[in-house]
Ligand binder design. Structure first.
Ligand SMILES: [Zn+2]
Length: 474
């Protein structure tokens, strides 16, 4: 049942007062839809690593039936048609999801090659989602594929139970769903938060569900789609269990991804299927779906743009947890989901922190996108896109971002530069408030995982120094 109670207010109240309060609350809930929150509801946050939105049926993909389970389940709730990551690879993006902070603020925006010697770890001054929920009485569990979302980075903060495998395989959805269902059974009577993460759609793509294509591009795409369909089948087991056990009406389920995938969209040096190395849309567009029967009305997509930083404040708001005192950069989307607040049209979306470095930035509106890239002196060890220092794309006529019109549209460039500079200054100020980023020496095993996942080259190859200038940084 939806109620409007700040759980912290309940402490110390007698039972009689509590009953009276619930009665009052039920009355208030009927009176004002803006008070529709549910402090009793369980929460499941599902992150399908490397899932680009335009390969999900719900988002219009028609080539192959990749996501029948996700599509069917999602129609019980609402989804954002324009959802954007803050970074094109796992670690900085998921940290933004879990903290509602941009990479420059939470600090996971190192140059890729620096991860070979040090790794950032979540600052004590930052309160991640799981920690806030645990403080509010939730039993917290995470089932992850490890690697870039491992405990070494502090992703385990706030979790009572945190599973990460010793070796990252990229084939983990079946075992992960098995473990999640086992854990859910063990906490049947407790309110819980489950974070479920799988690398199944990430390389290597191993399942063959759809016919392998004739061309190299077709082969890569059908392999990606096959792994996605395999992941979808197993996520379907999770959805079915929630329904058959009657838990869905008391659960908020969020489905999203950390970044997309380059499926031959652009010429990369040696890896036409990869991510992490630029800020074009195919790496930043992700699905974002909220299902919560009785709390969020069913059945419609929402057009206005949103970012992964918006997820944490929205979850907390739906759970009736006060956002005051939390250092969040995202926006509470509850009113949009519940239809009493307008969609946030043409709000600028920001991204950064690709593996090439912390000084790459993009700003995107519905009409235009500006990408700022520091000049790289020396070998750009992976991506040979030859990105200019600044590139402007007009998205209405050039949605695939092929034609740089930076020099011919200085007025649009100047507008976007101005907004981007303000955002970078705000990030810088927030970072100073939170204190320095904590860096710890990296462990060999961790680096091995990142090499296995394709994020890092074997050491002898990635040590060539990248000398960069940073035209947009302070
Ligand atoms: Zn990822």
């Amino acid at each position: 049942m939806a109620m409007t109670v700040n759980r912290r207010c309940l402490t110390g109240l007698g039972v009689g007062m509590l009953v009276g309060l619930i009665g009052l609350v039920a009355w208030v809930t009927r009176a004002d839809p803006r008070d529709q929150v549910d402090p009793q509801r369980n929460i499941i946050l599902i992150l399908v690593d490397t899932l680009r939105a335009d390969h999900v049926g719900l988002y219009g993909y028609e080539e192959r039936p990749t996501t029948p389970s996700i599509d069917r389940f999602s129609r019980r709730g609402r989804w954002f048609e324009n959802a954007w990551s803050t970074a094109p690879w796992t670690t900085p993006s998921i940290m933004s999801l879990m903290t509602s902070l941009y990479p420059a603020v939470h600090g996971f925006n190192l140059e890729g090659h620096r991860y070979a010697s040090v790794v950032p770890t979540l600052s004590e001054s930052i309160r991640p989602l799981a920690e806030v929920l645990r403080t509010n009485g939730y039993r917290t569990m995470a089932v992850t594929g490890g690697g870039g979302v491992g405990s070494v980075y502090g992703f385990d903060r706030g979790f009572d139970r945190f599973f990460e495998p010793d070796v990252v395989t990229g084939e983990d959805v079946k075992s992960g769903v098995d473990l999640a269902l086992h854990w859910l059974k063990s906490v049947e009577s407790e309110q819980f938060f489950l974070f479920f993460h799988t690398y199944e759609v990430h390389l290597p793509n191993t399942h063959i569900i759809f016919a392998e294509g004739a061309s190299t591009v077709d082969q890569a795409t059908s392999a990606y789609d096959s792994d996605l369909a395999f992941a979808d089948q197993h996520l379907g087991r999770l959805f079915d269990t929630l329904e058959t056990q009657g838990q869905l009406n008391n659960t908020l389920v969020i489905i999203t991804a950390d970044h997309g995938e380059n499926l031959h969209d652009r010429i990369l040096a040696e890896r036409p299927v990869e991510h992490g190395h630029h800020l074009h849309d195919e790496l930043l567009s992700v699905p974002l779906i909220f299902v919560a029967p009785g709390l969020i009305p069913a059945g419609e997509g929402i057009p206005g743009p949103v970012q992964l930083t918006d997820v944490m404040p929205t979850i907390l708001s739906l759970a009736g947890i006060d956002l005051d005192g939390l250092s969040l950069q995202g926006t509470d989307l509850r009113g949009i989901l519940q239809d009493w607040a307008p969609s946030l049209d043409n709000r600028p979306m920001f991204a950064g922190a690709p593996l090439q470095g912390s000084s790459w930035h993009s700003i995107r509106t519905s009409d235009a996108k500006l990408m700022v890239t520091p000049q790289v002196n020396g070998t750009n060890w992976w991506n040979r896109i030859n990105q200019p220092a600044e590139a402007l794309y007009l998205l209405e006529t050039d949605p695939l971002e092929r034609t740089n019109v930076h020099d011919s549209r200085p007025e649009i460039t100047a507008d976007l530069e101005g907004i981007l500079r303000q955002q970078l200054k705000a990030n810088n100020d927030r970072r100073h408030e939170l204190g320095p980023v904590k860096l710890v020496p990296s462990e060999n095993e961790q680096m091995k995982n990142l090499v296995e996942l394709g994020y890092l080259e074997p050491k002898e190859e990635f040590e060539s120094p990248l000398q960069t200038t940073a035209p947009f940084d302070e």
